[in-house]
Write a protein that binds this ligand. Structure first.
Ligand code: ATP
Length: 705
């Protein structure tokens, strides 16, 4: 099995010194000092190259430490460190009084800076051996795994050990890591891009043996910095490849595609780094295919606002229209264990969270399906779990499901029964189906996994999504839409059956046709899946998912609360949040009250200056306080306007002005989304363009009439 530490048949002696943590700390310091994407990528690339070159076994821990996590998203490990443990440890190690420490907090505001300052005057008589990347990561694992009565003490002892050994910049980044707030603009996309580039420039199979002494590595921190700041193309041209920039670029593009594809199918840095070191870039995809038990990132749909728009985008190409259920997305993995004929089941959310414990009724249903269909060996399917009324089987709302506990649910706890509505099949009987057209995946789903209602009414039931095909003619699709609108469905999902093409409006507002595969596209918001929600057939094309990043003090009745709230979109290329609009409608008094509790003034989550990760750009919208970005809210609006104060999607529609949302209205908190899933500038600009195209068409129609 591939797991950390990687089981490599490598010539690196176990006793070889590991890569120093100071190297990573300097890299993090360089990263936090820049917003330039090129500088971020170069720093990350050179950091990873150096690690691959000098101490490959540090690659996996380095990837986790850079991405501010300890484990894959589907089996999260939390440090479980409260601010008091960290403060206490800083106090013990620095010898400062609580009052002196408080003063430091008040001047710097960031625990990493506090620790750095606090330790700057501490002199140790016996120097500690330098911290190693591997050692730091293993200490963090120990902290996360400490459980039971003595856990608090154990955690604190481990934190203190780290702090005692840390020097200079190491202290700052160690403490930021312990607070889970690295404040560095390196997110998954940059890390994966940098990893791909590092592997092109420093392929692990080209390494020269014997092992290069690590002393070259940490001779001085100045050396570390020189190494990570060396300009990449020059270096690549002269020393590593002696190829032209274009050739190198082609290699980068190819390598990035490989790494990103591997990640979306197999999001696990332990496995990815071990496989890369063992079989290199060329072999990694084969080594880490889609695997039962490891979730893939799901396909997402694109918004549309009318059946007319769907027909004009897809033309006469055949599609299936499906009910868009209001439930929880579930990726269900099942496999038969050869010996005992027992089935193993895992259920993952849209964000790869393991929900197996939340749905014992779905687990039991899946086991029954394996028992009933004895030719079935394994599958991965995509579905929506929907609450149903046991009396008549009618659909209930998402809210009914959200009342369920997340963990340790037992069959007898279940009050609201559910139905699994399956809509896609990605893996069947040891065969990966992702490259097959939707028509084929759909037909395999229907023939191998028919609807199933277990005898035990405590278990979930299994069905296919209600659907109709476009061949029945537009009348039939319209009738199907009417049924969806009349029922508890959110609307329709329109899915292209065979690979074809699509009409898209480009940045200049001109439309063009583009090839469109109907294969399963992990982690893509594809046009082969078009969603048509009943709520937005009139008004804005879709709701937006925005992050609350700040607020003003309320007036009058709202004087004790935050109002309005400043909301932001997520710009993945600049890796920051960009303010888009103020929102003061759709909130209940209870919500306002809870919001104030979640973001109390002058606290870890609400401050006068934004010192959190990711960084925030507010343009002309200056809030009185900033919130720690941590939630995603669903927001509806009347339309999108060009705004003189907003810098959201700046340069996409207008060179000088950004976009904003008119009459934003809060709908709900999206617990199932993280900041990286919030709406992007592209999405906002696309909405603006399709709104303009729609307005133009409506006007055109009216004029003709
Ligand atoms: P939304 O805000 O509309 O829920 P989203 O951003 O969560 O969207 P989208 O891809 O935009 O995700 O919408 C698809 C979601 O709709 C899926 O994640 C899934 O949970 C749900 N859904 C319900 N029925 C279907 C269906 N038949 N096919 C695909 N997804 C469906």
């Amino acid at each position: 099995p591939l797991s950390y530490p990687p089981d490599l048949k490598s010539p690196w002696p176990a006793s070889a010194p590991s890569a120093p943590y100071s190297f990573l700390a300097h890299a993090l310091s360089t990263l936090s000092g820049t917003r330039s994407r090129i500088a971020i990528l170069n720093t990350l690339t050179n950091t990873l190259r150096t690690i691959i070159r000098y101490h490959p076994l540090s690659l996996c821990p380095a990837l986790y430490l850079l991405s501010n996590s300890l484990s894959p998203p589907y089996s999260p490990l939390e440090l479980g460190l409260g601010p008091s443990i960290i403060s206490k440890a800083i106090q013990d190690v620095s010898g400062l009084t609580p009052a002196a420490l408080k003063r430091l907090y008040n001047t710097t505001g960031d625990p990493g800076d506090v620790a750095f300052e606090a330790k700057s005057n501490v002199r140790t008589l016996v120097p500690h051996p330098p911290l190693q990347i591997v050692g730091v990561y293993e200490s963090l694992l120990k902290i996360a795994r400490a459980k039971g009565p003595g856990a608090g003490k154990q955690k604190q002892a481990e934190v203190e050990k780290l702090l005692v050994a840390a020097k200079g910049e190491e202290i700052r980044y160690l403490v930021r890591t312990l607070c889970q707030n690295l404040r560095v603009g390196a997110v998954r996309t940059s890390i994966l891009t940098a990893l791909a580039r590092a592997l092109v420039l420093t392929p692990p199979d080209n390494l020269t043996f014997p092992y290069t002494p690590i002393s070259a590595f940490y001779a001085s921190s100045a050396h570390d910095l020189a190494e990570i700041n060396r300009p990449l193309p020059e270096n690549a041209k002269k020393k590593v490849m002696e190829k032209t920039r274009e050739e190198l670029n082609d290699k980068f593009v190819r390598a990035e595609a490989i790494i990103k594809k591997v990640y979306v199918l197999h999001p696990n840095y332990d496995h990815i780094s071990a496989a890369l070191l063992e079989v290199g870039l060329e072999g990694v995809a084969q080594r880490l295919p889609l695997t039962v038990g490891i979730p893939l990132l799901p396909t997402l749909g694109s918004p549309t606002r009318s059946l007319d728009e769907i027909y004009s985008r897809l033309g006469t190409q055949p599609f299936a229209a499906e009910f868009k259920y209001d439930g929880q997305r579930a990726q269900i993995h099942g496999t038969r264990v050869p010996s005992g004929q027992q089935a193993l089941v895992k259920i993952f959310s849209r964000h790869l969270e393991d929900m197996t414990d939340k749905y014992p009724d779905v687990v039991a249903l899946t086991k029954e399906i394996f028992a009933k269909f004895d030719t079935l060996r394994s599958f991965i399917l995509d579905s929506e779990i929907v609450a149903i009324d046991p009396a008549d089987g009618s659909l209930k709302s998402f809210q009914e499901l959200s009342n369920r506990a997340r963990k340790d649910v037992t069959l007898s706890d279940i009050k609201v029964p559910v139905c699994v509505f399956a809509f896609d099949l990605m893996y069947l009987n040891d065969e990966i189906l992702l490259e097959k057209p939707f028509r084929q995946r759909r037909s395999l789903l229907r023939s191998t996994l028919p609807p199933f209602m277990p005898d035990n009414s405590n278990l979930a039931s299994f069905d296919h999504v209600k659907s109709c095909e476009s061949q029945g003619g537009r009348g039939a699709v319209e009738e199907f839409w009417e049924t969806a609108v009349a029922g508890r469905s959110e609307g329709l999902m329109i899915k292209l059956l065979d690979s074809g093409e699509v009409e898209e409006v480009n940045r200049e507002g001109r439309s063009r046709r583009k090839p469109l595969p109907s294969t399963y596209e992990p982690d893509k918001r594809t046009s082969a899946w078009l969603k048509l929600k009943k709520d937005y057939v009139v008004g804005l094309g879709d709701s937006l998912d925005l992050v609350p990043i700040g607020a003003w003090h309320g007036n009058g009745r709202k004087a004790q609360w935050w109002s309005p709230i400043l909301l932001a979109i997520w710009d993945p290329s600049a890796e920051r949040l960009v303010a888009v609009c103020k929102c003061m409608s759709g909130f209940s008094d209870t919500f306002y009250k809870e919001l104030r509790e979640r973001y109390p003034a002058d606290s870890e989550t609400c401050a006068k200056t934004p010192l959190w990760d990711p960084t925030i750009e507010t343009g002309g919208l200056r809030p009185e306080v900033y919130f720690k970005p941590q939630e995603v809210w669903e927001i509806r609006g009347a339309d999108i306007t060009i705004s003189p104060v907003s810098v959201a999607a700046l340069g996409m529609i207008s060179d000088k002005r950004g976009l904003s949302l008119r009459f934003p209205r809060f709908m709900k908190v999206r617990d199932d989304k993280s900041i990286g899933n919030a709406s992007t500038p592209e999405f906002l600009a696309d909405m603006y363009r399709s709104q303009q195209a729609y307005v133009k068409k409506e006007r055109g129609g009216a004029d003709e009439g």
